[in-house]
Design a protein around this ligand. Structure first.
Ligand code: SF4
Length: 380
C-alpha cells in the first residue's frame, strides 16, 4: 500500500525496429512519427507537471526506447527535467534491445541520468530468437551486456522468455549459465504467452505452433526458481529475481503495492490515490493509437481513452491479488477484509500455497505458480 512513497513516472516509447511475433504491447515498426511523438509527449508532460511534480523512479519503456537516436533521447530528457523533478537517489530505468544499443548511446543516457538498463535479451539461443522473431542473435545480446558494463552501468536487468517449443531444459540452462557469467543485478523470466491478437497466437490457433503444455511450463518455472536461488537470486515476484533485496525493481514494486504512478505516451496507464485518502483510487489509460495520441495533444486535449474508480471491494481484491504475486505477500490482518478469510487461508496453507511469517501471508514457490488464481479463491 502507498505509505507516502513518491510516485513513479512511466514513459511509453511506441517504436520498434520490427514486431516480434508474440508481442501484444502497443508499438509501431517505424520511426516516421518519432518527431511528432516527441512533441506530443512534451505537451502531455505539461498537462501533468503540476499534479505530479516529484518522482523517485522513472521507467522509460516500450516499445523500444533504444531505437531513439541520441539527439532524440536528449530532447526527451530535456522535457522530462523541465516538467518534473526527481528525488536525489531516484531509480531511472531505460529498456533497450541489443541491436539498437551502441557505446555512444549508452554513454549519452548515463549522462542524462539513466542508472539502470533493462535489456530485452529473451534467449541466448539463436533458434529461440528466430522463433520469437527477434532482431538480434545471442552474440549481439552478449555484446550488449558487455557494453552496458563498459559504460559503467552497475545495475542491469535482463528479460528472458521460457516455455518455447524450440527450448529444452538443457538449452534454457545454457542461456541462464551464459547470462550468469555477467551476474546481472536483476533477471525477469516470463513464460511465453499466446495472445490471440498476435501472429504467434494465430499460428497456435491454426496448429502451426504448439504450446509446451502446463506440466512442462510448471517444470520450467520451478526449475528456474530453484536454479536462480542457488546462484544467489531472490525470487521476489512471480517473474522477477534480484541479486539481494536492494536490486528489486523499485519502479515495478510501486505497481504491486498501489503506489501512485503516472504513465505518459500512447497506451500508458496511470494510478492515483486510494482508500484512506480523500478520494477513491483512480486509474486511467491513454489511447492505443499513436496518431490519435498526437492529434489529441496537438489540440490541447488529454489523450485519455478510459477511466475507472475502484470501489473499496475492488481495491481490496486487487491489493490481495497483487500482494500474493510478491514474496512480501500481505499483512495477515488484511485478510479480515474478506468474509471467507480463515477458510481460504487454511486451504492455502494445507495445499502448500502460502506460508505465514512475521505476520504476513506469503506465497510459496508453488503459490507463485498459481498466483493468478489465489485471490480469486477469496472472492468467490
Ligand atoms: S521489441 Fe519488445 S515491444 Fe517491440 S515488438 Fe518486440 S517484444 Fe514487442
Amino acid at each position: 500500500m502507498n505509505n507516502g512513497e513518491l510516485p513513479g513516472l512511466y514513459i511509453h516509447t511506441p517504436f520498434c525496429r520490427s514486431k516480434c511475433i508474440y508481442c501484444d504491447f502497443y508499438s509501431v515498426a517505424s520511426r516516421t512519427m518519432v518527431p511528432a511523438w516527441l512533441e506530443a509527449i512534451r505537451a502531455e508532460m505539461k498537462l501533468y507537471g503540476k499534479d505530479f511534480p516529484v518522482f523517485d523512479t522513472l521507467f522509460l519503456g516500450g516499445g523500444t526506447p533504444s531505437v531513439l537516436e541520441e539527439r532524440e533521447l536528449a530532447l526527451l530528457f530535456e522535457s522530462i527535467r523541465k516538467h518534473f523533478s526527481f528525488g536525489p537517489d531516484a531509480e531511472m530505468t531505460m529498456e533497450a534491445n541489443p541491436e539498437s544499443l551502441s557505446k555512444e548511446k549508452l554513454d549519452a543516457v548515463a549522462r542524462f541520468g539513466v542508472n539502470r538498463m533493462s535489456l530485452g535479451v529473451q534467449s541466448l539461443d539463436d533458434t529461440d530468437l528466430q522463433y520469437l522473431g527477434r532482431a538480434h542473435d545471442g552474440a549481439r545480446a552478449l555484446r550488449a551486456l558487455r557494453e552496458c558494463r563498459e559504460a559503467g552501468f552497475g545495475n542491469v536487468s535482463v528479460d528472458l522468455i521460457y516455455g518455447l517449443e524450440t527450448q529444452t531444459l538443457a538449452s534454457w540452462k545454457k542461456t541462464l549459465d551464459l547470462l550468469l557469467e555477467f551476474r546481472p543485478e536483476h533477471i525477469s523470466c516470463y513464460e511465453l504467452t499466446f495472445s490471440p491478437s498476435t501472429p504467434l497466437g494465430k499460428r497456435k490457433e491454426s496448429g502451426r505452433v504448439r504450446p509446451i503444455g502446463e506440466k512442462m511450463e510448471a517444470a520450467f518455472f520451478i526449475w528456474t526458481s530453484r536454479y536462480l536461488k542457488r546462484h544467489g537470486y531472490h525470487h521476489y515476484e512471480v517473474s522477477n529475481f534480484s541479486l539481494g533485496q536492494e536490486n528489486m525493481c523499485r519502479h515495478n514494486r510501486k505497481y504491486w503495492r498501489h503506489v501512485p504512478y503516472l504513465g505518459l505516451g500512447p497506451s500508458a496507464h496511470s494510478f492515483a490515490a486510494g482508500p484512506g485518502a480523500q478520494t477513491r483510487a483512480r486509474r486511467w489509460w491513454n489511447v492505443l493509437s499513436l496518431r490519435e495520441y498526437c492529434r489529441l495533444l496537438g489540440e490541447g486535449k488529454a489523450p485519455v481513452s478510459g477511466f475507472e474508480e475502484l470501489t473499496s471491494e475492488q481495491f481490496d481484491l486487487e491489493t490481495l491479488d497483487l500482494g500474493l504475486r510478491t514474496e512480501e505477500g500481505v499483512d495477515i490482518g488484511f485478510l479480515e477484509h474478506f468474509s471467507k478469510d480463515q477458510r481460504v487461508l487454511a486451504l492455502w496453507r494445507k495445499s502448500g500455497l502460502v506460508r505465514v511469517s512475521e505476520g504476513r501471508v506469503r506465497p510459496t514457490r508453488k503459490g507463485f505458480l498459481v498466483a493468478d488464481s489465489l485471490a480469486l479463491m477469496m472472492s468467490k
